[in-house]
Ligand binder design. Structure first.
Ligand SMILES: [Zn+2]
Ligand SMILES: [Zn+2]
Length: 262
């Protein structure tokens, strides 16, 4: 289970050390992933019965671990976030509790700290088979069947040796689990007419594309693991930040902003 975090960290380090226009974002994200892994590991070190899936109760376990995440952000983040982290580090613990509880019930992709802290918590619950209370799935295929989160990124991979075109999965923005999704469908509104769905890609990011919908004007990025097997969809999604600028300029909004805010 920790392998997941190590894989993300390794990929972020690798991309941050290469010739990328998103070097600073990736360097910060690599540190953030390390802090998220620490939260995940700290949760795992307690007896399983100590987590109920009810965030209000589980805050006692989560609280000591989240300080290191705030410290990481205070050290490595862009200035605006850095200042916010310092405020939270000095804030009354009720302030942080309230922020987390609000996000848990009604998530918003511009709530950076709550999302960063609750991703490893939600992932821990998902991996441990503990049902998240207050996060019941809305049903339907376009939100996470486990926690009801929105899709952060889509990816293609060959699940069977015989499969040539690859299966499509979505990764949940909250618990980071994957679920299967049909290939030619908008992940936001369910549009299926091929004429309404556009795929855009730039030679700079050969294994990544923008999957856009002209009905709801939303997009998500797709990472093609059949082209680049060692890519990590969450990290490569951030690496390809220029594609977000392109999509925005063409009038599309992202279904869920990533942790870097793009
Ligand atoms: Zn989820
Ligand atoms: Zn749509």
């Amino acid at each position: 289970m920790i392998d997941f975090w190590d894989k993300q960290i390794e990929r972020a380090d690798q991309l941050a050390s290469g010739p990328s226009g998103s070097k600073e974002l990736l360097t910060f994200y690599a540190q953030l992933l390390r802090a998220q892994k620490r939260i995940y590991v700290a949760l795992g070190s307690h007896a399983d019965s100590s987590k109920s899936g009810e965030l209000e109760q589980d805050l006692a376990v989560l609280r000591p671990a989240l300080t290191t995440l705030l410290e990481t952000v205070a050290l490595h983040a862009p200035e605006a976030l850095r200042l916010e982290a310092e405020v939270l580090l000095n804030a009354d613990r009720n302030v942080i509790d309230k922020t987390l509880l609000e996000y848990w019930r009604d998530p918003s992709d511009i709530q950076f700290f709550a999302k960063a802290i609750l991703q490893p918590y939600a992932r821990w619950l998902a991996q441990s088979g503990v049902s998240p209370t207050g996060r019941e799935p809305a049903g339907g295929e376009r939100t996470c069947p486990y926690c009801g989160g929105k899709p952060q990124v889509s990816y293609l991979q060959n699940k069977e040796a015989s499969s040539e075109s690859g299966n499509r999965d979505l990764i949940c923005a909250m618990c980071l689990s994957s679920w299967e999704f049909r290939r030619v469908v908008c992940a936001d509104c369910g549009e299926e007419r091929p004429a309404k769905l556009g795929y855009f890609h730039s030679p700079e990011f050969d294994h990544i594309r923008i999957e856009a919908c002209d009905t709801c004007k939303h997009y998500i990025k797709g990472v093609d693991l059949t082209r680049l097997g060692h890519a990590a969809p969450l990290v490569d999604e951030i690496y390809s930040a220029p594609l977000d600028l392109w999509a925005r300029e063409h009038g599309y909004s992202k279904i869920e902003l990533n942790l870097i805010g793009l």
